[in-house]
Design a protein around this ligand. Structure first.
Ligand code: TEU
Ligand code: CA
Length: 554
């Protein structure tokens, strides 16, 4: 069970309206009580924050907004004292344009070793005035920006799959590889237990940087038919190139060297953020000598339909089995509309990249209900589960943020076509009656909180039967007690097509039965079954629509 903290928005220790490391450290006991194993922190490194810290200017220091290295040490120490592991975010695909390497590259000439650390290229057309190829940035617009040479003339172009403030590194360059091995050791020496690897499928680009005529979404492939070798033909030249795996094999050796005895309690882990399809290619990142886990975004992307959920669960477990890795499950993170809001939208429509004023608003009641059912389904599944800060409170996205306060570069770069990800990044409510609902000592938070966050604050939910927080606590405690994470799943089709039903069994044959009812008719709880947890009220001894129960057979 890994809990994602987005440092800007978890707890503000010094009252400047932005979350920070001392704020996190002070609140860690909350997580120990929640019943998770590890914390993953989104980036806290020195950064000009043009992508909320995913633009790193110094991988070995903390941004003053968040604190100091001493604060990081204190956080790691306190987490360990509480029995929590700490996973930090590593951003190897690109640096910030403020990184000293990129500044040196700008000052140096074309063809210099300084430029050789990034993806510089000559432009096309007369005077090189057109970008080297047609790639689009994930955030919108061209993936190339032209620089001015030191004599003031328009010069080469550099690649940035994301914001222009995030130049892509050249992973063919041994210096780049060396630098990241050092960064791994730097944080391992400080005691971190692992790394979440940002855009893990983007580091290596196809030879010759060929044009690509599909959208540069995060998924490396897409659903249209292609001629010839479908797998090869459909793979975008900027994502999921075979060469990335060699990099992670090197990294794995470094991590393993910190645990020479192979003591499971001291394992340091790597988790890939790789938006890769099909799932077979995603699990390739978790072969025995590579990473330990990879996010499984298929589950997050699944429509709220029984059939779709069964398929994605089966495929995920099968694929993970192929490489002997645990499957992973995630419903929310800092890049997507929170599932409480997402599941309140029409079933089967494409997930919007942010929701704002004037957009179709989610059905809040339906979304909350389905989100609880989805979580209860997820937390029964074998493998490793990720929870995003605030989802345990049932927080929705801020779906009415004024556009002027948006910070995600997506909003501007997409010419206001996509609102972007700010709505899921709003500061967390702790105490309903305090300033910023307990987030910090000012209401002037970096993103404003919606009023509904007051009613969902931690202190409004602790000890309240049926609250979202208590539901999560019960699910997590039961998951731990019954070792569901290492259980065996067997489908039960006896409840019909609209019900996701299965048993999870441990080695001794003990376990639970799970019923997630996505159909219109209530499903009677089988005779002799004891209800361990339910995501909502049972009605006349039956599981109503959009409700998940965990049962024990007596
Ligand atoms: O995410 C990869 C990524 O770009 C997608 O999640 C994308 O943001 C989403 O599909 C929006 O359309 C990682 C980080 O999680 C994200 O926050 C960073 O912006 C990105 O890399 C660049 O470092
Ligand atoms: Ca602060």
């Amino acid at each position: 069970m890994i809990y994602q903290i987005y440092p800007r928005s978890w707890a503000d220790g010094n009252g400047d309206g932005i979350g920070d490391l001392p704020g996190i450290t002070a609140r860690l006991p909350y997580l120990a009580e929640l019943g998770i194993d590890a914390v993953w922190l989104s980036p806290f490194y020195v950064s000009p924050m043009c992508d909320a810290g995913y633009d790193v200017a110094d991988y070995r220091d903390i941004d003053p907004i968040f604190g100091t290295l001493a604060d990081a040490d204190a956080l790691i120490g306190q987490a360990h004292d509480l029995g929590l592991r700490v996973i930090v975010d590593l951003v190897p695909n690109h640096t910030s344009s403020e990184h000293e390497w990129f500044q040196a590259a700008l000052a140096a000439a074309p063809g210099s070793p300084e430029r050789g650390r990034y993806m510089f290229a000559e432009g096309k057309g007369p005077d090189g005035a057109e970008p080297p190829n047609n790639w689009q940035s994930v955030f919108g617009g061209s993936a190339w920006t032209r620089v001015q040479e030191s004599d003031g003339t328009p010069g080469q172009w550099y690649l940035h799959l994301f914001d222009p403030g995030q130049p892509d590194l050249n992973w063919e360059n041994p210096e780049v590889r060396e630098m990241f091995l050092d960064v791994l050791r730097f944080w391992l020496d400080r005691g971190v237990d692992g790394f979440r690897v940002d855009v893990a499928h983007g580091l290596v680009k196809a030879e010759g940087l060929p044009d690509w005529h599909e959208r540069t979404g995060m998924l490396g492939s897409h659903e249209e038919e292609h001629e010839g070798d479908a797998d090869q033909a459909a793979r975008a030249p900027m994502w999921d190139q075979d060469g990335v795996h060699e990099i992670y094999r090197e990294w794995r050796k470094v991590l393993d060297s910190y645990n020479p005895e192979g003591d499971p309690a001291r394992d340091r882990i790597l988790c890939a953020e790789a938006w890769v399809e099909p799932v077979e290619r995603a699990v390739a990142y978790t072969r025995p000598d590579e990473m330990h886990q990879a996010f499984n975004f298929g589950f997050l992307e699944s429509a709220w339909r029984a059939e779709d959920l069964r398929t994605v669960i089966t495929d995920s477990l099968d694929a993970a089995d192929m490489v002997g890795a645990p499957s992973t499950w995630v419903l929310s993170n800092h890049d997507v509309v929170r599932h409480t809001s997402r599941l309140g939208l029409e079933v089967g429509v494409q997930r919007p990249n942010g929701i704002g004023i004037g957009d179709v608003q989610p059905n809040a009641v339906l979304g909350a209900r389905r989100a609880r059912a989805a979580t209860a389904l997820m937390l029964a599944l074998p493998g490793s589960a990720y929870v995003y800060q605030g989802e345990e409170l049932g927080l929705p996205d801020h779906t009415a943020l004024p556009d002027e306060v948006r910070q995600d570069p997506t909003w501007e770069r997409s010419d206001h076509a996509e609102r972007g990800r700010d709505g899921c990044r709003v500061p967390i409510p702790w105490e309903a009656g305090d300033t910023a609902y307990g987030f910090g000592s000012t209401w002037d938070t970096w993103l404003p909180q919606p009023e509904v966050y007051g009613t969902l604050a931690v202190d409004r939910q602790v000890g309240v039967a049926g609250s979202s927080l208590e539901l999560y606590r019960t699910l997590l405690a039961t998951r731990r007690d019954l070792d569901l994470g290492v259980g065996e799943l067997a489908w039960d089709t006896s409840f019909g097509a609209d019900v996701v039903a299965f048993s999870i069994t441990d080695q001794d044959g003990e376990g639970i039965q799970v019923i997630a009812n996505l159909g219109d008719e209530p499903v009677p709880v089988p005779e002799g079954a004891q209800v361990l947890v339910s995501s909502g009220h049972l009605v006349g001894g039956a599981v109503p629509t959009d409700t998940t129960v965990w049962l024990r057979r007596t």
